[in-house]
Design a protein around this ligand. Sequence first.
Ligand code: IPM
Ligand code: MG
Length: 372
Amino acid sequence: MPSYKLLLLPGDGIGPEVMAEVKRLLGFLRKAGIADFETDEDLVGGCCYDAHKVAITEETMAKAHAADAVIFGAVGGPQWDKVPFDVRPEAGLLRLRKDLGLFANIRPAIVYPALADASSLKREAVEGLDIIILRELTGGVYFGEPKTITDLGNGQKRAIDTQVYDTYEIERIARVGFELARRRRNKVTSMEKRNVMKTGVLWHEVVEEVHEREYRDVQLEHMLADAGGMQLVRWPKQFDVIVTDNLFGDMLSDVAAMLTGSLGMLPSASLGKLDAKTKRRKALYEPVHGSAPDIAGKGMANPIAMLASFGMAMRYSFDMGKEADRLDAAIAAALAKGLRTADIKSEGATAVSTAEMGGAIVGEMERLAAPA
Ligand code: IPM
Ligand code: MG
């Protein structure tokens, strides 16, 4: 049985609760003889700040570099609102992304048949939806320098964030987008604000060039990011792969998540460049949702985004596409049985806890894995 090394970073809020369901799934995969995952677990975010006064320790960073994949829960909460900016909970996640070089963030938005009515859009607008937001994750305004607040001395302060993109950063994310599209419906929509931003002008130019040079077989269209946001809620099925920068991708992926009925449904994969020697990419998998402090500790959180994120790990890091498909089918089956966590609760459905939902999904996995 193949064996892989995982670093689990549950983090804050509902992070540990949803991570517990990944552990349940790992237990099943091991017991069923499908794969053995050697796991190590560590602190990140607010809980790490409480213990070590930093958002992530050097030891944990070293473990992240050494792992086959990092499985990340969520970070943050109101109790850390006042900690210094450099060590705020989110800094741990941003450092992982940056230091591991995880430039490609794949955020699929898939509407499960049983959930088409949970969306705030009409059923016909979202039924069967299957799109990907591909977000650039290590550049742009998240990391650009200078990033400062200066006291101007006259009772005024000045805050500066810097949006910066180099050609190579746009090229490599565009390539990932075209490659993804080739295995799907062969269409890429690139979103930027070239009518206002220089980074948008360059983004547009470079995506065009990569397309012209290497991917003429893929359909490419461009949209200004604001219009793209509007189209995303008007008729999301027009899209296949949306490729966009770090900040627009952050916002558009929350919008896309809501099309599926709840933020609790959307998984993500963050991948680095292909290592020529090992043929693998550094990778981190995390749900798109945050730490949801308001419901933390209540056993109410939806574990589907976290479990589906592990599904993406099976698909992208461990060559376990069949198991990943089976997990998707198990999630769909649990939903089809009417099981709903509070965030996707609808009339006539059975409200279940995090553990009940996780247990039901792993149970369906087991059923689907059993020889007929
Ligand atoms: C996300 C989150 C993060 C981001 C936060 C927690 C720093 O919103 O992954 O979408 O802004 O990238
Ligand atoms: Mg976000």
